[in-house]
Design a protein around this ligand. Structure first.
Ligand code: SF4
Length: 267
């Protein structure tokens, strides 16, 4: 039975800005772990008879470096300086089938260092060998986040990910499929100033008709681990099926983000 409106009843208006610009360099992917089971890209492609496992370059590949052609603005980039650009949302930036295209992608990101770029991967083991020349300790304007849906993937992916030279270490637990303990990765991986290498954690449930449940207690527990260690935390969305205080809530897609915000966990 749907009880979403009483879940977090405060009448706050969500002030969080929407994602600014999406840049899909390539489309298609292969599943990396159980978190991919209900991948929305698979669902969408299969519904139109397309093979989602074939990785193809998109027509937007050079989007950040496209320029305006006409009038007095000729030569100016179409995407303005200061844009936040979210990349590769229907693939994985480090998918092996994209190895030949990635160097050009890095070049474009370097050319547009006046923007920020954000990408998510489930393949942190491939990052180290596929960073661009001049990467050093990381590009400040590029965030590579890792996704870990349960404790098994936390234990598999974080030791690799947290050892990489990245300017930002951002962990996404989405779709959250179990309680997770970050303690070892917070205490064992420290920056030069003594703070945790993990700088940000984002959590969300699973969406779609076959969504697996997420327990709000798991979410609150991760938030507590973050708040006790000075790590920023973002409750991205509730997912379609959320257990809270022993009750199961089926939450419509359009309310999953606002209900997460109303939980008041973001720090
Ligand atoms: S890595 Fe992402 S895009 Fe690829 S199959 Fe998994 S969920 Fe889908």
């Amino acid at each position: 039975m749907m009880k979403q409106l009483s879940l977090f009843p405060e009448e706050n208006t969500d002030p969080r800005p929407p994602a600014t610009i999406n840049w899909n360099l390539w489309h298609g992917c292969t599943r990396a772990s159980t978190g991919c089971l209900h991948c929305y890209m698979y669902r969408r492609d299969e519904s139109v008879g397309r093979d989602p496992s074939i990785v193809q370059k998109t027509s937007s590949f050079n989007l950040p470096v496209r320029t305006l052609r006409s009038g007095r603005y000729k030569g100016r980039y179409r995407i303005p300086a200061g844009s936040h650009i979210f990349t590769c949302f229907s693939s994985d930036f480090f998918h092996p089938d994209a190895d030949n295209w990635r160097p050009d992608a890095w070049d474009m990101m370097q050319e547009r260092s006046d923007c920020t770029f954000f990408m998510i991967t489930k393949r942190p083991e491939r990052i180290g060998d596929h960073l661009p020349l001049g990467w050093g300790q990381g590009f400040k304007h590029v965030t590579i986040a890792v996704t870990c849906e349960n404790q098994e993937m936390i234990d598999k992916r974080l030791p690799v990910y947290l050892s990489l030279p990245l300017f930002h270490h951002s962990v996404m637990i989405e779709p959250m499929l179990s309680a997770v303990d970050l303690g070892q990765y917070i205490s064992d991986y420290r920056s030069d100033d003594g703070s945790p290498v993990i700088s940000h954690v984002s959590v969300g449930g699973e969406s779609g008709p076959d969504a697996r449940v997420c327990d709000f207690a798991w979410v609150a527990d991760v938030q507590k681990q973050c708040s006790q260690n000075g790590i920023s935390f973002y409750y991205h969305q509730t997912g379609a099926r959320l257990i809270k205080d022993g009750k199961l809530y089926n939450i419509p897609r359009k309310l999953q983000h606002s209900q997460a915000y109303k939980a008041g966990l973001d720090i």
